[in-house]
Write a protein that binds this ligand. Structure first.
Ligand SMILES: *Cc1c(COP(=O)(O)O)cnc(C)c1O
Length: 403
């Protein structure tokens, strides 16, 4: 049973005021709020067992190491990875993508082809461009359509024996589109290409099964799924993580070091140079526990109801256009004719409502629609229909003030 009042009690920040009004937080696509269960885990770490891991023989260090490795196993189970060492704990999605792109910079050859989707976040465009510049590989793009869906027939035409890698987000952060990643993975594999899926925007809503998907790499950030900032995962199939060279040199990622030659540590340590975000990793485990205790079926049902409610109410405002109407998560990206999205966002803030305005790190999508940006309301299971009513009234007010 989903009891919204009990759930909201878990998020102390939802009680605060902004400009004298109760906070209404609709910027969940940028970062989610943090439940007490995760905050308590962070406080417990710094209060009781803050120590460096994998090194010390002393009790605190062993306790911290145990908790960190327990968190890795929680995350492994959540994503259903075959082995816990296939879960690399990173600083987040951006770093995870860079580890893979930088690794393939020493593997790809001139004339190889790489395919990305037109719906990508900049963090899933720029690293591949850098990789292609270094190697002479060619970057191709799967275009989108007016609904914000990928043109899969064009993807079929782009694929060939030259294709080595395909990158696509599971869910678009700008529009919320849920991409057909099962089909993308299946088709890419037929040509022997590897696939990286950016799950940063999917994981707050969907529980992916990396073995069932047969995906080669899957990346995500804790801070969009009720966890802290500065930590995320790179999942990779064992043989591929072994194939890639290390990303950074430093402590913890080596087996032996002499000035003549260094041999690297095994997985996952090969990609975890230096002191990691220990507290963040442990708190990520607590966030995964928190979301699973509610259940992803329950989360999805709740968010779909909120999405339908908000879409219907907003669509009744004259001159309001919603971008991205394909199969999607609880994201509504919109504009009002003749008004800059930034101006709407500023008025909403004065009324206590947090939304995102701008290009959402996805400029190619904005170029497609020939707009400077959108107002994005991204809803979470802890939002309410009353909050949506307040948003709709506030948007109407902003429209009146600005037109
Ligand atoms: C947020 C986001 C990223 C970047 O995640 P960071 O946590 O900032 O590294 C990448 N891709 C998508 C789809 C995102 O939504």
């Amino acid at each position: 049973m989903f009891d919204i009042d009990t759930i909201r009690e878990d998020f102390p920040i939802l009680k605060r005021k902004v400009h004298g009004k109760p906070l209404i937080y609709f910027d969940n696509g940028a970062t989610s709020q943090t439940p007490t269960q995760v905050i308590d885990t962070i406080v417990d770490y710094y209060t009781n067992y803050n120590a460096n891991i994998h090194r010390g023989v002393h009790t605190l260090s062993q306790e911290a190491t145990d908790k960190y490795e327990e968190a890795r196993i929680k995350i492994q189970k959540h994503f259903n990875a075959k082995h816990s060492y296939e879960i690399i704990l990173t600083a987040g999605t951006t770093e995870s993508v860079n580890i893979v792109a930088s690794g393939f910079s020493s593997i790809l050859k001139e004339g190889d082809e790489v395919i990305v989707s037109a719906l990508e976040h900049h963090s899933n465009i720029v690293p591949w461009q850098m990789m292609c510049e270094k190697t002479g590989a060619v970057l191709k793009v799967i275009p989108m359509d007016d609904q914000g869906a990928l043109q899969m027939d064009v993807f079929d035409q782009l694929l060939s024996n030259k294709t080595k890698l395909v990158f696509c987000n599971h869910v678009s952060n700008a529009l919320g589109t849920i991409n057909p990643i099962e089909t993308i993975i299946h088709k890419a594999h037929k040509f022997g290409a590897y696939v990286l899926i950016d799950g940063a925007q999917a994981c707050p809503h969907i529980k992916p099964d990396v073995q069932e998907l047969d995906v080669d790499f899957y990346v995500a950030s804790a801070h969009k799924m009720c966890g802290p900032t500065g930590v995320g995962i790179l999942y990779g199939k064992q043989e591929l993580l072994e194939l890639l060279p290390p990303y950074q040199g430093g402590g913890e990622m080596i087996e032996t070091v002499t000035f003549e030659k260094t041999t690297y540590a095994g997985l996952p340590h090969k990609f975890e140079a230096g002191t990691p975000n220990i507290c963040g990793g442990i708190a990520f485990g607590a966030a995964v526990d928190y979301m699973n205790a509610i259940g992803f079926n329950v989360i999805q049902q709740r968010e779909n109801e909120l999405l339908a409610y908000a879409t219907e109410a907003l669509a009744q405002i004259e001159g309001l256009k919603i971008y991205g109407t394909a199969h999607k998560t609880s994201v509504i990206s919109f504009n009002i004719e003749g008004i800059h999205p930034y101006d709407i966002g500023s008025i909403l803030d004065k009324l206590g409502i947090a939304v995102r305005t701008g290009h959402h790190c996805a400029q190619p999508i904005m170029d497609y629609f020939k707009i400077p940006g959108t107002v994005r309301a991204s809803l979470s299971f802890y939002n309410t229909t009353e909050e949506i009513d307040t948003l709709v009234a506030a948007v109407k007010k902003a429209k009146m003030m600005l037109s």
